[in-house]
Design a protein around this ligand. Sequence first.
Ligand code: PMP
Length: 361
Amino acid sequence: MARAYNFNAGPAAIPLEVLQQAQEQFVDYHGAGMSIMEMSHRSPLYEGVNNEAQTLMRELFGIPDNYKVLFLQGGASTQFAMLPMNLLRPGHPAAYVQTGAWADKAIKEAKLIGDTVIAASTASDSFMRMPSLSEIEVPAGASYLHLTSNETIGGTQFHEFPSTGDVPLIADMSSDILSRPIDISQFGAIYAGAQKNLGPSGVTVVIIREDLVKEGSKSIPAMFRYETHAKADSLYNTPPSFAVYMVTLVLKWIKARGGVAQMEQYNRDKTKLIYDAIDQSGGYYRGCAQPQSRSLMNITFRLGNEELEKQFIKESEQLGFVGLKGHRDVGGLRASTYNAVPLESCQALTQFMTDFQKRNG
Ligand code: PMP
């Protein structure tokens, strides 16, 4: 069986071992005579999955006891709205760090709910870098400060996070959750769609400090209140059970490979290969993100002209590479190197880049 060199931005590669395990358990989950998708979410077997997903998240990501871990639906895009609906208090604007397409979407939604301020912006650098910590102005009394830890489209990533004092720091970690160790206690809340580093689409993880759950607005519909889901242990309504189950398999896979610190090292090794190929090409390949903001998850780069980029994508596809086309809003090329993308895929890409340059340089 040939597996593609999968560099998709999301949904993205899932470890082969995880897929195989899911296949083994697909028709008959633990002797139940049915798949996980067919059983009640109130059954002991599914409750086991729900608990395990939470326990493993806590263990692997080092989540303190005073945080809730929620498995919700609606993607990170729903969190763009749910977050301000719960936490944006009248008279206390929400501060946003504007770093690219995803931050912009979060800002747009928050503006529908209440007052927002821009705490820092890299728009004038075409979002090709993250702001330094000293550029970020946290207004006193803000409801929260929101940032996007990794901009999936631009290929930029925060490598350190601002201290925000009493103002809760909130991060959209959709494209780099569990790719590196994080001090969770710096954050009021973290959210991420699962479809890049955690498993399939359909489930969104929210990690949120208990006091923020309690403080959340009560005058919003039940499904949009963090408190509803926290009280019900993510089983208020029918959860995306198959997706949560897949997340548990991915978390076990990360654990078996040594945990999140090992993942980070692996991701560094993988991305170094590709960034080196860019930097050592004598300008044939040009990295988009400024070096200090380069992402370990999405490597964005360009060739001399769009014709050549089309040629690159065409030839790469013929050789089994998938997903190297840049996001439609920005063009160019992008290799997404999430946790589950094997080193071998990155080696193959580096080789292809060198060969392509030789043929077309
Ligand atoms: N934030 C970031 C950083 C993303 O990369 C994405 C999806 N690519 C989203 C939010 C939106 O996620 P979803 O499609 O799960 O709503």
